[in-house]
Design a protein around this ligand. Structure first.
Ligand SMILES: CC(C)(COP(=O)(O)OP(=O)(O)OC[C@H]1O[C@@H](n2cnc3c(N)ncnc32)[C@H](O)[C@@H]1OP(=O)(O)O)[C@@H](O)C(=O)NCCC(=O)NCCS
Length: 224
């Protein structure tokens, strides 16, 4: 790819990451299974959905599975081919769009979660819904001009953690169920479950990395 990767370096090298810039990159077609249930989707939604499937298919091919189809469960989570697991994210990037998939062999990484958000401050009205008191206190100790960024980063870290744990636990989580702590120098974070989820106990810690590039805040979490 000629343009900058947003997710580069955030995940182990055995996890294949494919990104597309919708303004520049050509997309492959959806498979019939993937198209099922999407006939009434808005064209913008269909485009981001197709971009996600394109990235996922290219990533699976790099892992040795050519021509895969990635349909959806009723709950809208992707159905990965047996032996693989992954995660998809998309954002509007200025006027264009950006989309990525990260895919691993589930024998190496049974859980992978990625999330990209526009690098714009988390809206103040969302703070109390998204952030725990301890998270909010940590952010409020940062310089004023950075606080909106940190709010959005915590939001993204929770979404990436949610996507990572879901195929493992089939559990819906609230924002208050995951507590984020950030290590700004290393650009890493921990995400600790505050409740039991499937086979994962309360206190289980996920580890992630983040980056702020090209107008996007990106987070990534993987479970070994
Ligand atoms: C699913 C969800 C995580 C998507 O996040 P988002 O930032 O709105 O959107 P993104 O573009 O980053 O991700 C969308 C993709 O997530 C994937 N996804 C959807 N549901 C998922 C699930 N249950 N598990 C894993 N991945 C899921 C899909 O691939 C989807 O893209 P697609 O429909 O084109 O295939 C979010 O909408 C959601 O439902 N969250 C659950 C509730 C929550 O936020 N809890 C607090 C976090 S702890």
């Amino acid at each position: 790819v000629a343009h900058e990767s947003i997710l580069e370096g955030l995940l182990d090298a055995s996890i294949v990451v494919v990104e597309v810039d919708l303004a520049r990159d050509a997309l492959g077609a959806l498979t019939p299974e993937e198209t099922a249930g999407m006939s009434r989707a808005h064209p913008d939604r269909l485009l981001e959905y197709r971009a996600g499937r394109h990235c996922a298919r290219v990533a699976l091919a790099r892992l040795g599975l050519a021509g895969a189809s990635i349909p959806r469960n009723e709950d809208r989570s992707p159905i990965w081919p047996a032996g693989f697991v992954g995660s998809i994210t998309h954002t509007r990037k200025r006027q264009e769009g950006w989309c990525a998939a990260a895919v691993a062999r589930s024998a190496d990484f049974p859980g992978v979660g990625i999330d990209g958000e526009l690098d714009e401050p988390l809206e103040v009205k969302l703070w109390s819904r998204v952030l725990l008191p301890a998270e909010q206190a940590w952010i409020e100790a940062r310089p004023d001009g950075e606080q909106g960024f940190w709010g959005k980063l915590f939001f993204s870290a929770k979404e990436a953690t949610y996507k990572c744990q879901y195929p493992l636990t089939s559990t819906f989580l609230e924002f208050a169920d995951v507590e984020i702590t950030v290590e700004p120098v290393a650009a890493t974070f921990d995400a600790v479950l505050r409740r039991e989820a499937g086979a994962l106990r309360a206190g289980h810690a996920f580890h992630g990395r983040y980056a702020r590039r090209e107008g996007i805040i990106a987070t990534a979490v993987a479970v070994r």
